[in-house]
Write a protein that binds this ligand. Structure first.
Ligand code: PLP
Length: 455
C-alpha cells in the first residue's frame, strides 16, 4: 500500500490569527455599530476582551491600567468576585420579576440603601441607567412642588436622555433638540476660572447670588428644583468650595424648590466619604432627593432614586406610576447589594482616600517640575489636573492634553480628557494597589516629559 504524502497545511500563527480576528471585528463594527460615543467616533482598536481588578486586556493580550474605571462603573474593580457571586446566585434563582410585585432582592437593596443614607432619605426606587434615575428624580421634584423649572450648574453632566441632556451643560449638546424649555443653567463654582473673576472665600459665594438672581428673573413662578453633582466630574473635576452645597440648599428651600444631588458618579465611597454630599470632616448637606448609579451595580446597569417619606407619599397619592419593565429586577438588585457590602466591608472610602493621597503626591511633584500643570483638584479617587500654556494667563493647553492622553493610552494607561483635553481625569478603581498608582504615574510622567520637551 502506498502512503500518500499530503503537503503540510500552513498554520496561521497565533498573533496573525488575533490580527485577523481584530480586523474582522472592526470591519463588522464599521458595518453594523453605531458611533456617536462620548470620547471617540473612530472605528479603530484596541478591542477590549477581558478585565480583572484595575486592568483591562485587549484582544492581543495587551494590559492597560484602567484609571477610568471602565465608564466609571467599575470603581470597585472589574469583575469583583463578590459581584460575580451575586450575579451567579441570581442566575440560579430569579433574573427578572413582575415589576408590580415585590421580590426579595429589591426589598433587601432598598433597606440597605435606606440604612446607609442619612435620614430622612429612606425610600428608594430603582432604574437602569443614571439618566433614568435623574429623569425620575426631576419628575418627583416637579410633582411634589407643583413646579416645572429645573436648574443645574453650567459644568454639569446628568445623562444623555432628553430631559437630562437638557440639563447637561458640560458638553455633548450638539445636534440635541432640547425638549424642555424649563431647563436652565446657573453658574458653577469653578474657582480656578471663576466666571465672576472673584476668589474664594472673599467672594462669599457670589456665583450663587448671581445665579439665583437669574433663577428669579427667568422663573414664571413655577420653580421645582436644582440638580447638582457634589463634585463636577465630566465637567472637569470641579470641586465646589466647602459651604457651597449648604448655601445652594438654603437658596432652593427659600423658594420652595427641592435640592436633588446627582451622586451617581461620586457616591458610595469614591470621594473618600460614603456620599459626595458629606465632607471629610463629617459635615453633611442632606438633599431632598439623591440619585446613585455607576458602581452601584458593580458593573451591571442599576440606578436608584432615594427620597423622603413625605415626598414619596405626596407623589404616590398624586397618582404617579414609576414602573419600568426592568426596574427592581432581582439580578441588578443582587449586584447592588453586593456592591454596598463591598463598599462598607472593604472600606472603599478609606481606599479612595489612600489612592487619592498617592495620586496627589505624584501630581504635586510633577506640578513643581512642569508649568503645564496649572491646577490639581478632586477628592478621593477622583482626581483631575488642568493643563495651561501659561500659569498667569491660564490659556488652556488643549492640544498638549489630548496628546498626553493619546500617548499614555498607547503606553497602557487609560484615563479621560475633559474640557476639550485641558483637564486630565484619573479615576482608578478601589482595587488599585499603591504600586499600580506608582506604575501609572511613571508612565504619565514619562509621557508628560516627552510632550513638554516637544519630542
Ligand atoms: C454625574 C452623572 N450623572 C448621570 C450620568 C448618566 O449616567 P448614564 O450614562 O448611566 O445614563 C453620568 C454618567 O457619566 C454621570 O457622571
Amino acid at each position: 500500500m502506498t502512503t500518500v504524502e499530503y503537503p503540510a497545511v500552513p498554520t496561521e500563527d497565533a498573533a496573525a490569527a488575533v490580527d485577523r480576528r481584530e480586523r474582522e471585528l472592526l470591519a463588522a463594527a464599521q458595518r453594523y455599530s453605531f458611533r456617536g460615543r462620548i470620547d471617540t467616533s473612530a472605528f479603530s482598536g484596541p478591542v477590549f476582551a477581558s478585565a480583572r481588578g484595575s486592568v483591562v486586556t485587549d484582544l492581543h493580550g495587551n494590559d492597560y491600567l484602567d484609571f477610568n474605571s471602565g465608564q466609571m462603573c467599575a470603581a470597585l474593580g472589574h469583575n469583583h468576585p463578590r459581584i460575580l457571586a451575586a450575579i451567579q446566585e441570581a442566575c440560579a434563582t430569579m433574573l427578572h420579576a413582575h415589576s408590580s410585585h415585590f421580590n426579595v432582592k429589591e426589598i433587601e437593596l432598598a433597606a440597605r440603601l435606606g440604612e446607609l443614607l442619612p435620614d430622612p432619605l429612606t425610600r428608594s426606587l430603582f432604574g437602569a441607567s443614571g439618566a433614568d434615575a435623574n429623569e425620575l428624580a426631576l419628575l418627583l421634584a416637579r410633582i411634589y412642588t407643583g413646579g416645572r423649572e429645573v436648574f443645574s450648574p453650567h459644568v454639569s453632566y446628568h445623562g444623555l436622555s432628553a430631559g437630562t441632556r437638557s440639563l447637561t451643560f458640560a458638553g455633548w449638546r450638539r445636534s440635541h433638540d432640547p425638549q424642555s424649555g424649563d431647563a436652565h443653567a446657573i453658574l458653577a463654582p469653578y474657582c480656578y476660572r471663576c466666571p465672576l473673576a472673584k476668589s474664594f472665600p472673599s467672594c462669599g459665594f457670589a456665583c450663587l447670588d448671581a445665579s439665583f438672581e437669574l433663577v428669579d428673573a427667568q422663573s414664571t413662578g413655577q420653580p421645582a428644583a436644582v440638580i447638582t453633582e457634589p463634585l463636577f466630574s465630566a465637567g472637569g473635576v470641579i470641586d465646589p468650595p466647602q459651604g457651597w452645597l449648604a448655601r445652594l440648599r438654603d437658596l432652593c428651600h427659600e423658594r420652595g424648590m427641592l435640592l436633588v444631588v446627582d451622586d451617581e458618579q461620586t457616591g458610595l465611597g469614591k470621594l473618600g466619604t460614603m456620599f459626595g454630599f458629606i465632607d471629610e470632616d463629617g459635615t453633611e448637606v442632606v438633599p431632598d432627593i439623591v440619585t446613585l448609579a455607576k458602581h452601584l451595580g458593580g458593573g451591571v446597569d442599576l440606578s436608584s432614586v432615594t427620597t423622603t417619606d413625605e415626598i414619596e407619599a405626596k407623589v404616590v397619592d398624586a397618582g404617579l406610576t414609576v414602573t419600568r419593565s426592568h426596574s427592581n429586577d432581582p439580578l441588578p438588585c443582587a449586584a447592588g447589594i453586593a456592591s454596598i457590602d463591598i463598599v462598607v466591608e472593604e472600606d472603599v472610602p478609606a481606599k479612595a482616600r489612600a489612592l487619592g493621597r498617592r495620586l496627589r503626591e505624584h501630581l504635586t511633584a510633577l506640578g513643581e517640575k512642569f508649568d503645564l500643570i496649572g491646577d490639581i483638584r478632586g477628592r478621593g479617587m477622583l482626581i483631575g489636573i488642568e493643563l495651561v500654556r501659561d500659569r498667569d494667563s491660564k490659556e488652556p493647553a488643549y492640544d498638549e492634553g489630548n496628546e498626553i492622553g493619546r500617548r499614555c493610552f498607547e503606553a497602557g494607561l487609560i484615563f479621560s480628557m475633559r474640557r476639550g483635553g485641558s483637564v486630565l481625569r484619573f479615576v482608578p478603581p478601589a482595587s488599585t494597589t499603591l504600586s499600580q498608582v506608582d506604575q501609572g504615574m511613571e508612565t504619565f510622567a514619562k509621557v508628560l516629559e516627552e510632550v513638554c520637551a516637544g519630542s
